[in-house]
Design a protein around this ligand. Structure first.
Ligand SMILES: Nc1nc2c(c(=O)[nH]1)N[C@H]1C(S)=C(S)[C@@H](COP(=O)(O)O)O[C@H]1N2
Ligand SMILES: [Mo]
Length: 358
């Protein structure tokens, strides 16, 4: 029998250790992970766990409302765990320096006076486990980083990285070549509202396809850098690349939610990071056979997609349900269960469908 892994909300905290980026958040939630390694068929799982780990279904919406959007802040900031003091937009300044011919200092008005564009982008924390919750999707409005760096006269010969420093002491970098792509933005609106303070007001970085660590909030300084810069999390052993891995999740029904009736709607999200999703498959027999789900087309290539599947169980019982996604480059999501540190987690989200009667 295959060894299977479950992720669900419980009180165990196998991953709630010093590797976690968001210990506080996890503790608040009661610990994200009950990581149980089990051997055996579905029946033995059922008798082991019963309803102990029943998880309510999650609502699947394409855009995540701002007040439901996950928040991750590093916890040893000199300003406290969260930079929740509001930055005063009139006093706020953005400095652009380093390998640039024309260093700049911009105020809030200077940002608003620049050409803006809108872009739907999904953010995902690198600490997200299979089936996890630390991701959200929003429509962002902001200005082009590329145009700003061009106006500052960034020295393409010298530049290797672009460093972003924040008011809470956080810092990270992206490669100069990535910074000069048209999709990288400095955002000040989120879902049509003023960027909420917990999401980085007045200005944050949005880099499609790179994990949350690279999407620096409360930016006060941008430095075009001649070397390979190691940001806050890289100095703690995390990746400096940050490319998001393919992710998929079952939102509903919930793990061990009692089901009755002949047909059940399965729904969830899948996210390809730098690439869009082309296919999402669902298995009701622990990954032996797969069924293609229906996809709702995303409004931008940088976001998750919503998938759904109507399932008619052959009989009552407990079914091991697994989801997996394929991106537009034909890459299949990695099945191997890997912990988040240092490059982001992989592994398939698995739940038990508990069909009491049909
Ligand atoms: N200044 C600053 N920016 C930051 C962080 C931080 O602690 N400070 N955390 C990063 C991490 S780990 C993630 S996942 C995202 C989360 O963005 P959100 O809180 O808006 O969802 O912000 C990133 N940017
Ligand atoms: Mo993160």
């Amino acid at each position: 029998m295959a060894t299977i892994f479950f992720f669900s909300f419980g009180n165990s905290s196998a991953m709630n250790n010093h590797f976690s980026l968001r210990r506080r958040t996890l503790l608040k939630l009661g610990g994200l992970t009950a990581l149980a390694s089990l051997t055996g068929g579905c029946d033995s799982i059922g008798s082991l766990f019963g309803r102990m780990f029943a998880v309510p279904p999650r609502e699947t919406t394409y855009f995540t409302p701002n007040d439901k959007f996950y928040v991750v802040n590093y916890s040893d900031s000199p300003f406290g765990a969260n930079l929740t003091r509001d930055l005063n937009q009139e006093q706020w300044r953005l400095i652009i320096k380093g390998e640039v011919k024309r260093p700049m200092t911009l105020g809030w008005r200077d940002i608003l006076n620049r050409d803006a564009f809108d872009q739907a982008v999904t953010l995902e924390c690198i600490d997200t486990l299979p089936g996890g919750d630390s991701l959200g999707n929003a429509m962002w409005r902001g200005i082009s980083l590329k145009k700003l760096l061009q106006d500052a006269g960034a020295d393409e010969e010298m530049a290797r990285d672009v460093v972003f420093r924040a008011a809470d002491g956080y810092d990270d970098s992206i490669p100069f070549a990535r910074a000069m792509q048209d999709d990288v933005m400095l955002a000040y609106l989120m879902n049509g509202e003023k960027l909420p303070k917990e999401h980085g007001f007045p200005l944050r970085l949005i880099v499609p396809g790179l994990y949350g660590i690279k999407n620096v909030k409360w930016i006060i300084e941008i430095e075009v850098y001649a070397g390979d810069y190691k940001g806050y999390w890289q100095r703690k052993g995390w990746t400096d690349d940050g490319t998001i891995k393919i992710f998929s999740r079952i939102d509903s029904p919930g793990h061990y939610q009692p089901l009755a009736g002949p047909e059940h709607l399965f729904r969830g999200i899948a996210f390809g990071g730098p690439n869009s999703i082309s296919k999402v498959e669902i298995s009701f027999d622990a990954g032996k056979t797969w069924n293609e789900t229906e996809l709702q087309p995303p409004v931008s290539p940088y976001t998750w997609v919503i998938w759904s599947y109507r399932w008619r169980p052959p009989k009552a019982g407990k079914y091991q349900v697994v989801v997996r996604a394929t991106d537009t480059r034909g890459q299949l999501q990695t099945a191997e269960l890997v912990r988040p540190q240092p490059n982001g987690a992989s592994g398939y989200h698995t739940i038990i469908a508990d069909v009491e009667q049909i």
